[in-house]
Design a protein around this ligand. Structure first.
Ligand code: RB5
Length: 151
């Protein structure tokens, strides 16, 4: 199950991405305000990041006006690797090098066509592993050290 959430800055984009994922046969839980409503991005960023962190959600997509606020929130959660992507190259790298389990985009930055193409790239790209896994392991070690009070 993929969780997809937005604030009011990306409601239309959220709809386009949910339809795009469903057309690929992916089960989706959409979250966020209805058209015309306002919402604070930490409220929905937390729901998705918590679900990815616990394993309840396989992956997540977060959307706000710029993508910045949602990225800041999502990366507070252990095990979350949320990547703010801005084009097809960063979409590819977010999976190939960072194995991002959440991608974040800006509804006031990208067109629906651009964003859906980036989602496709992220879905179709494989994590490269190797030296990139070593780097992700270092991030996990930092999380562990922060949790134990060692850092
Ligand atoms: C809301 O106006 C806007 O601040 C939000 O969507 C996002 O861009 C925050 O980073």
């Amino acid at each position: 199950m993929y969780f997809v959430a937005s604030d009011h800055g990306a409601i239309e984009l959220r709809g386009a991405i949910v339809s795009f994922l469903q057309a690929r046969g992916i089960e989706v839980l959409p979250l966020g305000p209805a058209e015309g409503e306002s919402a604070d991005y930490p409220d929905f960023g937390e729901k998705v990041a918590r679900a990815v962190s616990s394993g309840e959600a396989e992956k997540g997509i977060l959307l706000c006006g710029t993508g910045i606020g949602m990225s800041i929130v999502a990366n507070k959660f252990p095990g979350v690797r949320a990547a703010l992507i801005t084009d097809d190259f960063t979409a590819q790298m977010s999976k190939e090098h960072n194995n991002a389990n959440i991608i974040v985009m800006g509804g006031r930055v990208l067109t629906e066509t651009e964003a859906c193409a980036m989602v496709k790239t992220w879905l179709d790209t494989e994590f490269e592993g190797g030296r990139h896994q070593r780097r992700l392991d270092k991030i996990s070690a930092i999380e562990e050290a922060l949790k134990s009070g060692e850092l």
